[in-house]
Write a protein that binds this ligand. Structure first.
Ligand code: FES
Length: 106
């Protein structure tokens, strides 16, 4: 299992275990993480799974694909480290990943 830490805008951490091959969004939903709505169920069509990837993990997580980039336009307060968590695939090398949840979703 891979450890993922969801940090809310107040700095509160929620640590969860995620299955490699699943997505960061699925880990959030399974564990009832507040602030991740995922209204489209992971189809890259709603932008309500928006997170900010911790800077230290950016090189590992990588850049969004063009389709995700387009959908990010609908997210609230987009930053250079913004990603849609349904598009981040959990891998062993992401163990300890920190993602920050935004103050509000789009
Ligand atoms: Fe809808 Fe990620 S769950 S875009």
């Amino acid at each position: 299992m891979v450890k993922i830490i969801f940090r809310d805008h107040t700095g509160h951490d929620s640590e969860v275990e995620a299955e490699p091959g699943s997505t960061v969004m699925e880990a959030a939903i399974r564990n009832g993480i507040p602030g991740i709505l995922a209204e489209c169920g992971g189809a890259c069509a709603c932008a309500t799974c928006h997170v900010y990837v911790d800077e230290t993990f950016m090189p590992l997580v990588g850049e969004p694909e063009p389709m995700e980039e387009d959908m990010l336009d609908f997210a609230f307060d987009v930053r250079p480290n913004s990603r849609l968590s349904c598009q981040i695939r959990v891998r062993d090398n992401l163990d300890g990943l920190i993602v920050n949840t935004p103050q509000k979703q789009a």
